[in-house]
Design a protein around this ligand. Structure first.
Ligand code: FUB
Length: 328
């Protein structure tokens, strides 16, 4: 049971939803028509700008705030504005976005605005030490006064497999290459706390580990459960929920931990495969209910790079397990 697309006048994907100023703001990718053939490198996802959407109620009217940032306005970008996210601090708003730099390497940039609907002014260079794709911000309501973290990473076209020790890039590992073998640990999402000015990392980038019910790290061959791309972090009843896409098996899954760095114990699936190759999501609480934002390709009749963002309610059971609400 899919909801209606949030908007149908443009294609949108990779929704990052947050509650800002009493409304839900959604920061999606803006998919566009292209004649680039589908490949494992993701060249067909050739997006050139971002829009921001907002809404005040589940299944209510959605406002498109128009173009808030263009690739042409970012000095370091060559192409492919992929999945963005946003965060706020001290009344300022920050858009985090991945794109290929002039060497074809995915980096993560930041752009700033005085309002959640943009427009956003980009920094002239990507975040130092950033790489790969799919940034997801998380503001922790902890005792330390709201530390902000940025999760990121994606394998295959997202180039995570090309990076060793945060600073060595091996372009020969582009495409669908990842470690193989029954006991080789899976590649993992990255995380770093953001600096107070929100424009850089405050610490070295770390790996996020997902373990099974016995505490063993998930292995690379465990395609049904291992991290592929599209990380998201949210907190529910004091626990940290790390969720992500399994990529080539097309699930949205989650794992639970006791702090923002993990380890996180694999806990199950949130969403079964949708129409289209990619699946990407966010989870947000709004007016006491919880919502999943995701995308599929139903509106484009299955064209993988023309996706539409949708929204569904989720619920938690007594053990904190997530499922889709029966009544939507
Ligand atoms: O939209 C381009 C890429 O497709 C995203 O970065 C991935 O998460 C996948 O949704």
């Amino acid at each position: 049971m899919a909801s209606d697309p949030l908007v149908t006048h443009i294609y949108t994907a990779d929704p990052s939803a947050h509650v800002f100023e009493g409304k839900i703001y959604v920061y999606p990718s803006h998919d566009r028509e292209t004649d680039i053939q589908f490949n494992d490198n993701g060249d067909q996802y050739d997006m050139a700008d971002y829009h921001v959407l907002s809404l005040s109620e589940f299944n209510g009217p959605v406002t498109d705030h128009g173009v808030v940032l263009k690739a042409d306005d970012v000095p370091w970008v060559s192409k492919q504005l992929w999945a963005p996210d946003a965060a706020t601090k001290n009344g300022r708003y920050y858009l985090y976005f991945p794109a290929r730099d002039k060497e074809g390497i995915f980096r993560i940039g930041v752009a700033e605005s005085d309002r959640p609907s943009g427009p956003f002014k980009p920094d002239p260079s990507p975040i130092p030490g950033s790489y790969s794709i799919d940034p997801a911000s998380f503001v922790d309501d902890d005792d330390d006064g709201g530390r902000v973290y940025l999760y990121f990473g994606g394998i295959w076209g997202g180039q995570l497999q090309c990076w060793k020790d945060n600073d060595t890039f091996d372009p020969s590992m582009s495409g669908p290459q990842e470690p193989k073998g029954s006991d080789v640990p899976a590649l993992s999402c990255r995380v770093a706390r953001l600096s107070d000015d929100m424009h850089g990392f405050a610490e070295p980038v770390r790996q996020v580990q997902v373990v099974d019910e016995n505490g063993a790290p998930l292995v690379a061959d465990d395609h049904d459960r291992r991290f592929f791309e599209a990380p998201w972090m949210h907190k529910y009843k004091g626990k940290y929920y790390f969720s992500y896409s399994t990529g080539d098996t097309h699930y949205l899954v989650y794992a639970i931990g006791d702090n923002p760095y993990g380890p996180f114990t694999y806990a199950g699936r949130i969403l079964e495969p949708v129409v289209g190759w990619t699946t990407h999501h966010s989870i947000v609480e709004y007016k006491g209910r919880w919502y999943l934002f995701y995308h599929d390709c139903e509106l484009s009749n299955g064209v993988d790079h023309l996706r539409s963002v949708r929204m569904r309610e989720i619920v938690y059971d007594d053990q904190g397990r997530i499922s889709l609400a029966q009544k939507q």
